[in-house]
Design a protein around this ligand. Sequence first.
Ligand SMILES: Cc1nc2c(=O)[nH]c(=O)nc-2n(C[C@H](O)[C@H](O)[C@H](O)CO)c1C
Length: 156
Amino acid sequence: MATIGIVDTTFARFDMGSAAIDEVKRHVSVKIRRVTVPGIKDLPVAAKRLIEDSKDPCDLIIALGMPGKMEKDKMCANQASMGLIQAQLMTNTHIIEVFVHEDEAKDEKELAFLMEQRSREHAVNAVKLLFKPESLIREAGTGQRQGFEDVGPARM
Ligand SMILES: Cc1nc2c(=O)[nH]c(=O)nc-2n(C[C@H](O)[C@H](O)[C@H](O)CO)c1C
């Protein structure tokens, strides 16, 4: 049985990890391993450890976080992203990054909606990557978005 790792943070203002787990379970029967860390810069090593765990290695990781709205938070998000990319390259394993910037939403209600929806939609992407990669090929170039509406393909 495949194992999907979920890494998320206590800094986030919505329980993105639980949303992703619930969504994965709606689609496939897999083992889930979850680690929660304080903030987004702690995600890369948590993900890498789950992938490299000799007893129960994860086949794919979903890394979820909510960078804050200040300029310094955006710099942290960039650093965390670079760490996640480095962890992917070091382990040859997908880590699906699910970040929702706090200022993407106009208010708290929309923020909670966006964090839940993006977590769920990327969880579906993770399942597709692992089990049905051909379904992503069918979606190539279709302007998919996660959270808010898809934008669709550009027309000539
Ligand atoms: C971090 C981030 N992640 C995603 C994502 O995973 N999926 C998505 O659809 N949109 C994301 N966004 C917002 C986009 O950069 C863009 O601002 C919106 O999709 C509007 O087109 C952002 C800012």
